[in-house]
Design a binder for this molecule. Structure first.
Ligand SMILES: Cc1cc2nc3c(=O)[nH]c(=O)nc-3n(C[C@H](O)[C@H](O)[C@H](O)COP(=O)(O)OP(=O)(O)OC[C@H]3O[C@@H](n4cnc5c(N)ncnc54)[C@H](O)[C@@H]3O)c2cc1C
Length: 384
């Protein structure tokens, strides 16, 4: 049996951030992942990180090692309707409203930091079963010739909420796919991000190096056709949806992700905690998923660090304290994301007009606009 105090399952961005945070806080952990060491480099996702996430990654000692493109302005609009809202970093006294980074470079930077802290990921080790007892959790895995693992606390960051788990809620299958790629603009983007609500779903253009990272949401049954288009036909489709405010001249190869909202009612169980996409898988609109995950990571680390180094990290009181502290932020992010999709997916004329009015109203009403901007930058800290 291989014993550790804390075992992290999953070395994606969430699990890696937790491993670094715990090591820095003097609570070392063991981290395992089912995939090979190079697999994360194939992650095509590009993430918009909030100002608050940048601060957390800075405290984890990785920010300076990540190539990030600042978002100076966010432009929100809807296709086929009036109204738009503009958010400027300068209005909030911050250098950027957020930053855009490749998930692959984020994981690589976290791996280098973990290495510097004297820890490594145990790759090609798929966890196949957990048996939680009174004092620890027995963890079975796929690695041949290696003994089972055992830990006082297991942190699950395995990237999905299992549909079979009766403690999970599939609140909504959006029947949408996100088609992602990068696209080159004809003129420099100037750090402006566009969030545009179209009749098919939201479209995001995020400044990423000299390009835009594109998240093009379409009905699930239309994504095959979109993926099958040649570059110029795809560009024409993209251009039609974004309108004339940006001219795009080339696009990279595309990848696709099915979208749904699924979350666990409680992010903790017996000697177990779920974080990131394993606790809640959200629609990528407004880029909340990993930002929320990082706040989970920070919250759990603070909770564990508040206990003595010899205290049991899997103690019920600690896990309940963590779950209580995270409740408002989780519910807020789940509700905010889902409400945006539902409000902006209704194509009846009255709704479209109301949305246009709403976007204009938001632009004219500073306190409400500041609330939305702070929600994007800091999550639950947007609340007074
Ligand atoms: C199109 C798209 C755009 C997005 N844009 C944004 C954005 O702009 N901003 C934002 O904040 N979020 C965004 N997100 C969400 C973000 O990508 C996720 O929240 C984040 O990547 C989740 O990371 P994770 O580490 O929790 O999961 P993952 O990245 O899925 O990692 C899970 C890891 O667990 C391992 N694993 C799985 N099962 C096992 C097992 N049994 N044993 C061992 N290892 C296992 C896997 O191999 C993997 O390495 C977006 C998502 C999508 C789909």
């Amino acid at each position: 049996m291989q014993h550790s105090d804390i075992l992290i399952v999953g070395a994606g961005p969430t699990g890696m951030a937790l491993a670094v945070a715990l090591a820095q806080a003097g609570r070392p952990s063991r981290i395992v992942d089912a995939r090979t060491a190079n697999a994360a480099q194939g992650d095509k996702r590009i993430l918009a990180l909030s100002h608050g996430s940048q601060q957390i990654l800075d405290r984890l000692g990785v920010w300076r090692d990540i190539e990030a493109t600042p978002i100076r302005t966010i432009h929100v609009s809807q296709q086929g309707g009036f109204g738009r809202t503009l958010l400027h970093a300068a209005d909030y006294g911050v250098p950027a409203l957020g930053y855009v980074v490749a998930a692959s470079s984020l994981v690589a930077a976290l791996a280098r930091r973990l290495d510097a802290l004297g820890a490594t990921v145990d790759h090609e080790c798929e966890v196949t079963n957990l048996a939680a007892g009174a004092a620890d959790v027995l963890v079975s895995h796929s690695k041949a010739d290696a003994a089972p693992l055992c830990a006082r606390l297991v942190a699950l960051a395995e990237g999905t909420v299992s549909a079979e788990d009766d403690r999970a809620v599939t609140a909504r299958d959006y029947r949408q796919h996100a088609v992602i790629c990068t696209a080159r603009p004809a003129a420099p983007h100037g750090g402006i991000a566009y969030e545009r609500f179209t009749p098919h779903g939201p479209l995001a253009l995020l400044p990423f190096g000299p390009d835009y990272a594109v998240v093009f949401t379409v009905p699930a049954d239309a994504s095959d056709a979109l993926l099958g288009l040649d570059e110029s036909a795809f560009l024409a489709e993209l251009q039609r949806s974004i309108g004339s405010r940006v001219r795009l001249i080339s696009a990279s190869t595309r990848a696709r992700y099915p979208l749904l909202l699924r979350y666990r009612r409680e992010p903790v169980g017996r000697r177990t905690v779920w974080l990131g996409n394993a606790a809640q898988t959200l629609h990528p609109v407004a880029g909340q998923g990993f930002n929320l995950a990082l706040r989970d990571v920070w919250g759990l680390t603070e909770t564990l660090a508040s206990a003595g180094p010899d205290d049991d990290p899997g103690a019920v009181t600690l896990l309940e304290r963590y779950a209580r502290a995270r409740r408002l932020d989780r519910i807020g992010a789940i509700g905010f994301t889902d409400t945006l999709i539902r409000v902006f997916s209704n194509e009846q004329g009255l709704w479209r007009a109301a949305r246009g009015g709403g976007l204009t109203f938001l632009d004219l009403l500073p306190p409400l606009k500041h609330f939305v901007a702070k929600r994007m930058m800091f999550g639950a800290r947007a609340w007074p």
